[in-house]
Design a binder for this molecule. Structure first.
Ligand code: SF4
Ligand code: FES
Length: 215
């Protein structure tokens, strides 16, 4: 079981270890709620308000943390602008009303997810930090391309990992750099997940030449 669920009077806190990319926003923001290196229980939602827990969840890029409020306050909602952030030498961080459809599994929905772009994850399409061991080098500040503002910026976003090929992303999406610069906007984008494109974050067909194998 990779998922832990702990409930307080105010909220339900879910943590999925298989999704966590150890960006450490949680343990640095509230080390009393997320107790690093604890012997035994390490999740303590009773130490924070539901509002604070939700704020921490929204800052968790991987979607490993999900908070459901029990106090009647607003739950996490889909963003007003769908984005994917290109992380330096790391994954693609999505924030959208996202559904990931795979041929080998049931569709899964997320509001936040970090997806592998180095090709090495053992938990594809999710990042599992294999980019570190693989010494994956890919800028988080690729050149911006000319694109027109989208008429609509939110709505559902579909991500389909193509067998042995890229992520096909359909819906309204803005690609932004690690520092927040708009790189591209589109409604159907093919994003590299083999790690070999010469035009990252976009697929340039190299997955065939390098023999990329992924469901
Ligand atoms: S990815 Fe989320 S759960 Fe993992 S360390 Fe970062 S904020 Fe915490
Ligand atoms: S998936 Fe990497 S070049 Fe196509």
């Amino acid at each position: 079981m990779s998922k832990e669920i702990v409930e307080s009077g105010a909220a339900i806190l879910e943590f999925d270890n298989k999704l966590c990319i150890h960006s450490r926003h949680c343990v640095l923001t509230r080390p009393d709620v997320f107790v690093p290196n604890a012997q035994g229980d390490w999740l303590h939602p009773e130490c924070a308000s539901a509002e604070t827990l939700l704020h921490i969840a929204k800052n968790c890029p991987s979607g490993a943390i999900v908070v459901k409020r029990k106090d009647g306050g607003e739950q996490e909602a889909a963003p007003k602008v769908n984005t994917v952030r290109v992380l330096e030498n790391g994954p693609l961080a999505f924030n959208a009303d996202l559904t990931i459809s795979r041929t080998d599994a049931e569709p899964v929905s997320h509001l936040r997810a970090t997806l592998c772009r180095c090709g090495q994850s053992r938990n594809k399409p999710y990042c599992d930090l294999s980019h570190n061991a693989a010494n994956f080098i890919a800028t988080g500040e690729p050149p911006a391309q000319t694109s027109q503002p989208l008429m609509q910026r939110d709505g559902s976003l579909s991500v389909k990992p193509l067998a042995n090929g890229p992520l096909v992303v359909q819906g309204h999406l803005e690609i932004i750099s690690g520092t927040g610069q708009t790189l591209q906007r589109g409604e159907k984008l093919f994003l590299c997940r083999c790690g070999h494109s010469a035009n990252k974050p976009y697929c340039d067909g190299r997955h065939s030449k390098v023999g990329f194998i992924a469901a």
